[in-house]
Design a binder for this molecule. Structure first.
Ligand SMILES: Cc1ncc(COP(=O)(O)O)c(C=O)c1O
Length: 471
């Protein structure tokens, strides 16, 4: 051993954290060591951890390793991290070990909580290095003009890149001129709702189960929402034919949210035909269209008719919701009306994310990331389905092999009962009723589980907890 190495000594101290030896897989060891220290009470709730730089230097590991470990433990609920105030042992761990946990003599392991409400990807797999590379490359060389007030449609290079990507990956008919960048699908729908209301639309059909925030967005724009029945093949277009005064329909055709079915091909055609006949608009929310596991993804509905289908896309599932990055592909005749809702300049999406996304897609990193996440989520969903089939065979997993969530139905138990049993295992989920339109005819019940959010190392513990709740 050299003098300097001897001075540094083995990887043992972790400053005053007493983390013990880090042999073998440093990341896994460090995660276990921090979890053990919290369980044993050496790291009490509220304790501030050293900065990643300081801990990395102390343990002589790469700083990135510590950053990832902190990030995974944050997503598992052991730690919390706030910009500017460092990383702190979560106050909630007391709940996991304390009187709120249901006593189970056969299982004395302590468990951190997980948020399994649908819509969250695995944030610990965010491709930090590739994203940083994309930011560095593009922001380092961007023209000064990029730093100024911007075109409300978004950066031209991103719109061009997205148009080509969406044509290739999702079968869209798009060009830079009809792509509008927005701050996630949420802002996209707000723009569309306001533009529809401005053109005299008053009623919008929606699927009978869907995101309540989307219904609220439509209502806030003064639009009445009309629920459409959804069966195993998606919404029934005959209901549209029978309703009068409907100017638009909001759909999740590739993977109904949250029931998980796909819109059957003949119904896709019938809905586009209805829109043509009535001069109406189909709003296609393609929130997780890249994630199909049993076959290659079905192309977007927009590919059938670029004049009557408005496409809503987002990076929230494929990358991370915190980017607040989404895109609309708009019928040419509506581009001005939609852009007018944004005002004279871009006010919501900063140029750094736009340029980084452009480079991220152009370099192939986006395709690689989606392929990797698709493989991870496919394995995870299969694991979930097989484990439930074995240990809780009466639970029905509804919907196709796709996306980041499943609907579970269990005869004899209401969705609310299931939510409570699952909450007793420190997992947060939503009942199906949370997504139901107040005027929906369906009395379907169950619980919606977002399976993507737990980090890879936290997943098996989550699945064990689910099985305990449902078996
Ligand atoms: C059905 C549906 N659409 C769209 C989104 C994405 O919203 P945003 O892009 O605003 O994050 C979500 C996210 O949860 C969703 O569940």
């Amino acid at each position: 051993m050299t003098d300097r190495a001897a001075e540094r000594g083995p990887r043992t101290t972790g400053l005053d954290l007493h983390l013990g030896r880090l042999d073998g897989n440093v990341r896994a060891c460090l995660m276990d060591a921090v979890r053990d220290a919290i369980r044993a009470g050496r790291l009490a709730p509220g304790t501030r951890l050293p900065s990643s730089r300081a801990l990395a230097a102390d343990l002589q590991v790469a700083r990135n390793t510590v950053v990832r470990v902190y990030s995974e433990l944050i997503s598992e609920g052991w730690l919390t991290g706030f910009q500017g105030s460092g990383t702190v042992v979560s106050e909630r761990v007391a709940e996991f070990f304390g009187e709120r946990a249901r006593p189970r003599p056969a299982d004395t392991r302590s468990r951190p909580g997980h948020d399994l409400r649908p819509g969250h990807p695995d944030l610990s797999s965010f491709p930090r290095d590739e994203w940083i590379r994309a930011v560095k490359k593009t922001v380092g060389t961007a023209p000064f003009e990029a730093f100024g007030y911007a075109d409300p449609r978004g950066r031209g290079e991103l719109r061009d890149t997205l148009a080509r990507y969406l044509a290739r990956a999702r079968g869209l008919r798009a060009h830079a001129g009809n792509v509008v960048v927005c701050s996630g699908a949420a802002e996209g729908l707000r723009l569309v709702a306001a533009a529809l209301a401005a053109t005299g639309v008053t009623r919008v059909a929606v699927e009978e189960f869907g995101l309540p925030t989307q219904r609220r967005t439509l209502a806030d724009a003064g639009l009445e929402t009309v629920p459409l029945d959804v069966d195993a093949d998606g919404v029934d277009p005959s209901v549209l034919e029978g309703s009068s005064g409907i100017g638009a329909v909001l759909l999740t055709p590739s993977h109904q949210f949250p029931l998980g079915v796909a819109l059957r091909y003949d119904r896709r055609a019938a809905i586009v035909e209805w829109a043509r006949r009535h001069g109406a608009l189909v709003i296609e929310d393609d929130y997780d269209g890249e994630f199909r596991y049993d076959r290659s993804p079905v192309g977007a509905l927009q590919g059938l008719d670029r004049d009557h289908v408005l496409y809503l896309g987002t990076a929230s599932k494929s990358l991370a919701p915190g980017l607040r990055l989404g895109w609309l592909v708009v019928p040419d005749r509506l581009v001005d009306a939609i852009t007018a809702q944004k005002g004279d300049t871009e006010e919501t999406v900063g140029f750094v994310n736009q340029l980084a996304m452009t480079e991220f897609v152009e370099s192939g990193a986006y395709d690689r990331h989606i392929r990797a996440m698709r493989a991870q989520y496919r394995r995870r969903r299969r694991h979930l389905v097989e484990t439930l089939a074995q240990h809780a065979p009466e639970v029905r997993v509804a919907g196709m092999a796709a996306g980041l969530h499943v609907l579970l139905e269990q005869p004899g138990r209401t969705g609310r009962e299931l939510v409570q049993r699952i909450a007793d295992e420190q997992l947060t989920v939503e009942p199906l009723s949370f997504f139901r339109h107040p005027d929906a005819a369906s009395d379907r019940d169950g619980v919606v589980i977002g399976f993507a959010a737990p980090s890879p190392s936290g997943w098996s513990g989550v699945l064990d907890a689910l099985v305990r709740a449902l078996a």
